[in-house]
Ligand binder design. Structure first.
Ligand code: AMP
Length: 471
């Protein structure tokens, strides 16, 4: 599948050579092409390298990972086989990204070990990795707490604790687990807190766990999205119908519906389709191309609902997701947290709905206990789903023969649609170029006309075969 590469962040005029970083680290930064510091790096590194605790306002894409990683790597002693730094993250995706970035920045030494500890994965391999020795641990608070309780993770030698996307961790109900973890860190440590927003709760957290922190605030930031969690009591046999009711009432553009079993995925897909929803599923029997097509349609907003099990949804990273529905309550609170963490990203608000039969109450209680969240119960009867029309996705995916092999670029397709075909930029959505095929999302009301005009015209000087990708 084609990858969209993250744009390089905006940098300042200041270079890393102004900082007291070792020549090896400097050389590695040069190799990575990090020539100038980003604003958050320039503002925070002089403070953190001098040993201060820090509260920094920074979003993903600002270079915040390098900002805290360079501070912790500078203090790290590779010959000391103990966990010296730990980064707490709200989701597994973020933890994986942070781990990757730390590994890149740690390349100046051969043997710095970074271990990721997230929920939803089996414990055993994590325990083995810890036994083999880790210098840096990155993970989600619940799972790290779990390792501390079992005694498989020791933090006596910890020098640096980082709370990444702290506001998001609090939104997701991690308050108590963060407190538990922080209380197990040595008091003589440096604590760095990164957050996109500064609600009162962040202030409280900082006052509890940071010592005389320096603050770094950058220019104007948007309100950060919130995850609103609602629990609905349903009879077991009402579950699937309840998903349709939720969708008709809240009308989210993109929803990820989690089922505990593959059979339930199939049943839900059948029910939703029978009611006119544009729903797709991901399962292990699909080949790569089928999987790509599903993900492309979901990400470009031409599919309203993606139905999946936790395993099938692994690694899925969709930025605009209005809702997550837990068709079943999962017995594992960490999985619950990972599921809901996929909504409310960036500046958007997100919904997290859970359908619970009377037997599920214990599971909800465990989730509430572990996350410190007070479940908000609602009744299905309060929803107006019944007489509303089915939800239609705003976009339709067109599939065009020819891709990277034919040297097609997104700009060529955009040019064909907005040039000769006469459509506006706003009517064209995401364009994904794979090896042999190009997918372009267009507004639903122009789909047929766009197929006709593209087929009659030319892309990159050649006639092309185009069709609507039916879901
Ligand atoms: P982050 O906000 O930490 O997710 O970083 C966003 C992206 O910027 C990542 O892909 C980093 O590899 C990259 N990056 C971070 N700092 C710099 C820098 N000083 N110069 C160029 N790229 C950077």
């Amino acid at each position: 599948m084609s990858e969209s590469t993250a744009a390089a962040p905006e940098t300042t005029g200041q270079s890393f050579s102004e900082l007291p970083l070792s020549p090896k680290i400097q050389a590695n930064l040069q190799q990575l092409g990090y020539l100038k510091m980003t604003p958050i790096q320039a503002a925070s590194l002089p403070l953190t390298l001098a040993g201060h605790d820090l509260i920094a306002q920074a979003k993903t894409g600002s270079g915040k990972t390098a900002a805290f990683s360079l501070a912790l790597l500078t203090k790290l002693n590779p010959r000391r086989f103990a966990v010296q730094a730990m980064v707490l993250c709200p989701t597994r995706e973020l933890a994986d990204q942070v781990t990757q970035e730390i590994r890149r920045l740690a390349r100046f030494e051969d043997n710095i070990k970074v271990v990721t500890l997230c929920g939803g994965a089996t414990m055993r391999p994590q325990i083995t990795s810890l036994e083999h020795g880790a210098h840096i641990v990155v993970g989600t608070p619940g799972r790290i707490m779990d390792h501390l309780e079992r005694g498989t993770l020791k933090l006596d030698a910890l020098d640096t604790l980082v709370l990444d996307e702290a506001d998001r961790m609090l939104d997701m109900g991690f308050n108590d687990s963060i407190a538990y973890v922080a209380q197990h860190c040595p008091p003589q440590r440096q604590t760095l807190l990164f957050s996109a927003t500064y609600p009162e709760t962040i202030d409280k957290l900082a006052r509890r766990f940071l010592r005389r922190p320096q603050e770094v605030k950058l220019a104007e930031q948007h309100e950060h999205g919130k995850i609103r969690q609602r629990f609905y009591e349903v009879k077991h046999e009402e579950r699937l119908e309840a998903v349709a009711t939720l969708l008709k009432h809240y009308r989210p553009v993109s929803t990820l519906a989690f089922c505990n079993t593959k059979q339930q995925c199939r049943d839900l897909l059948d029910l939703l389709r029978a009611q006119g929803f544009h729903a797709l599923t991901l399962n292990g029997d699909m080949d790569q191309r089928e999987r790509d097509q599903v993900l492309i349609q979901f990400a470009n907003r031409s599919c309203s609902v993606l139905v999946a099990t936790d395993v099938a949804a692994r690694g899925l990273d969709i930025t605009q997701l209005e809702a997550v529905i837990n068709v079943d309550v999962t017995p594992d609170p960490e999985i619950y947290i990972h599921r809901i963490g996929r909504t409310g990203r960036g500046d958007e608000d997100g919904w997290a709905f859970s359908l619970c039969s009377p037997n599920d109450h214990r599971r909800v209680a465990t989730i509430a206990e572990m996350t410190g969240m007070e479940p908000e119960w609602h009744t299905l009867g309060s929803l107006q789903g019944g007489n509303k029309s089915p939800l239609l996705p705003p976009m339709v995916t067109l599939q065009m023969l020819g891709g990277r092999k034919e040297k097609i670029r997104p700009g060529d397709v955009l040019g064909a649609l907005t040039g000769e075909a006469g459509f506006s930029k706003e009517q064209v959505g995401k364009i994904t170029v794979t090896d042999q095929t190009t997918y372009v999302a267009v507004a639903r009301d122009i789909a047929r006309e766009a197929v006709r005009k593209l087929s009659a015209g030319k892309v990159k000087g050649k006639t092309v075969k185009v069709r609507v990708l039916e879901d």
